[in-house]
Design a protein around this ligand. Structure first.
Ligand SMILES: Nc1ncnc2c1ncn2[C@@H]1O[C@H](COP(=O)(O)OP(=O)(O)OP(=O)(O)O)[C@@H](O)[C@H]1O
Ligand SMILES: Cc1ncc(C[n+]2csc(CCO)c2C)c(N)n1
Length: 260
């Protein structure tokens, strides 16, 4: 079975600190309709493709100037111009839609589809679209995916399962979540300056009859996990490398450290 390696190098303040023996990712950024986290300007700079999901465009428009209080808000807005706004367009304000449209931003109205979420629509665009990004080392970072409405949070997690062949990381100010597909053994390289120590391994999609880990305070050894029984929450990373092997797709979550 192949090994899949993971590292949150995108959180490091300087990309030169990145672990060089890991394959480097190309990042796409999706901005959802929640308050922009403090990391937003840094992640924006590093992304090769930037997409707003419907009301996420309001957050970009309103939120980016707040990070640069000494600058003219209009200039900040022009600098942070997304490649695409996609969704069913029931949350983007008319002035924001007109503003980005006038700047030449592509606005994709998919209001005919009321069965998939705006995040789903954005991820589908990034994965299926005809743009230049090479898919093999693409990692999609999703801002504002957690800590809000529970149905939205679950919808966002569902997107991880729906696109389980893609690397997608859901982010909030406090933590990140991604899927560990059962098709691989996983090695997670911890960046202790920016993440941890709290972490979890959650069998959301299906119960696990056998999960094995190393590097955690409470490791599992061919252990089962299911809702109503054991799920690994409030675990602690103890080593620089965590390994996980399971018979089901698991969610990995780890806390993000507050900037000091
Ligand atoms: N409170 C929230 N918590 C978590 N995610 C959210 C929240 N609000 C919005 N999102 C995410 O941002 C996307 C865009 O949200 P927006 O408010 O523009 O549209 P919506 O009509 O509420 O969502 P949808 O059309 O996807 O049901 C949603 O698809 C969802 O992924
Ligand atoms: C069983 C079922 N439940 C809810 C919705 C509604 N829905 C799901 S995603 C979405 C957002 C569209 O942007 C909406 C309105 C549905 N279609 N089917």
């Amino acid at each position: 079975m192949e090994v899949m390696r993971h590292a949150s190098t995108f959180l490091l303040p300087s990309s030169s600190e990145a672990t060089d023996d890991l394959p480097s990712s190309v990042h796409a950024l999706i901005i959802l309709n929640q308050r922009l986290p403090g990391l937003a300007p840094l992640l924006w700079e590093r992304a090769k493709l930037r997409v707003c999901a419907d009301g996420g465009a309001n957050r970009l428009f309103d939120g980016m100037p707040e990070f640069f209080p000494d600058e003219d808000p209009g200039e900040v807005r022009r600098r942070y111009k997304p490649d695409l706004v996609n969704g069913d367009m029931d949350s983007i304000r008319a002035e924001v839609k007109d503003y980005y449209s006038d700047l030449g931003v592509k606005i994709l109205d998919e209001s005919h589809d009321q069965d998939t979420t705006d995040l789903h629509k954005c991820v589908a665009f990034v994965c299926d679209g005809q743009h230049i990004l090479e898919k093999s080392n693409l990692c999609i970072l999703v801002l504002g995916a957690l800590g809000g409405r529970f149905d939205h949070e679950i919808g966002n997690i569902n997107v991880l399962y729906r696109f389980s062949n893609m690397r997608i990381i859901l982010l909030s100010e406090d933590c990140l979540i991604y899927l560990l597909p059962k098709t691989h053994r996983h090695e997670i390289y911890i960046e202790p300056s920016v993440e941890g120590p709290h972490c979890g391994l959650i069998p959301v999609g299906a119960p696990s009859t056998s999960t094995t880990t190393t590097g955690l305070q409470w490791n599992l050894s061919k252990t089962g996990m299911h809702f109503g029984g054991l799920v690994s929450t409030s675990n602690i990373v103890r080593e620089a490398k965590i390994t996980v092997h399971s018979d089901v797709d698991l969610l990995w979550t780890i806390s993000i450290r507050k900037p000091s």
